[in-house]
Design a binder for this molecule. Sequence first.
Ligand code: SAH
Ligand code: SF4
Length: 368
Amino acid sequence: MTVNLLDFNQAQLAEYFKGIGEKPFRAKQLMRWMHHFGVNDFAQMTDIAKSLREKLAAEASIAPPEVQMEQVSDDGTRKWLIATDVGNGVETVFIPEDDRGTLCVSSQVGCALECTFCSTGRQGFNRNLKVSEIIGQLWLANCSLRHADGYDMLPPGERIISNVVMMGMGEPLANYDNVVTAMQIMLDDSAYGLSRRRVTLSTSGLVPAMDKLKEDCPVALAVSLHAPNDALRDEIVPINKKYPLKELMAACQRYLVKAPRDFVTFEYVMLDGVNDSVEHARQLLETVRDVPCKFNLIPFNPFPNSGYQTSRPDNIRRFRDVLMQAGYVVTTRKTRGEDIDAACGQLAGKVQDKTKRSSRRIPLEIVA
Ligand code: SAH
Ligand code: SF4
């Protein structure tokens, strides 16, 4: 089997070149061709000697994962279904906004952590994605967007994808090594050159891995909180039994010493009658007291047989007001790409009924 060069960061690629008797500086050239220019045909790499190009073509490949389906939402959101050998595949979502373009990247096929309100969690765990399958999502999205209507006229060098969020399917810190290597490629100036503030990792709270991440690759951090006390969090985010709130808050404080931003973003899914009362909001203020933070309230995105409902708009507003009155910045996430099931927590990774279910649109005039 040939090696897939998309599995390597620059340092690993340099090792590879050394191993085949070539100069390590070739790694930088290759990173630029593969990631900056999006080329996967060695023959096009004109500043590399023909003999080396032929050698690479014989024993290596640049093989992105296979796209099974691409969909575009009415609001411009795009979703790619990526084939995997097990499970139902994984999904990548591009969300265009006025001032940025954000790619939401998956890290695992399924997820073992079984948060009760998450459709990925309901699938169970299949396997970790390889580095080439994680960075391959960015590679493929770039490639596809470059040829898409509305983007094909962009001046060369203009970034379509300005931000990456590790918020797709799976728990990124449970696939630590591969996710860190993929993020190193995102940050590499020869590859995608994103700043650490523009790459955000979202975790349900794997405390030891958070401590490691702040040393290895301190990107912006989002933590899926979803409950203000241990009793409720134990129930809806079961990993809380292993790493309860007190430990999680301490880990957030430690992370901020190295983080590129001076706050953690706490994500909080709004579940009707479960975690959305004014009392919950007050408890939440107590819980996060010692952690500089912002809040991102996510109206629950329904999926079949979830057993939950989205909080009523009035309750979301009241909850938000309690936090804002205490001086916090609070955003309420707009639901995007709902007609193609691309909203967070809806990524199920299967080719399913694609009819538009307008009854599932949530009547919210959400404040971003
Ligand atoms: N595993 C990581 C990252 C992926 S999920 C994590 O849990 O943080 C990205 C965000 O979407 C998380 O905050 C997650 O809790 C939230 N989410 C999951 N299911 C959801 C749903 N049905 N509706 C709204 N948000 C959901
Ligand atoms: Fe896994 Fe995140 Fe879903 Fe929880 S919310 S099951 S950690 S993907």
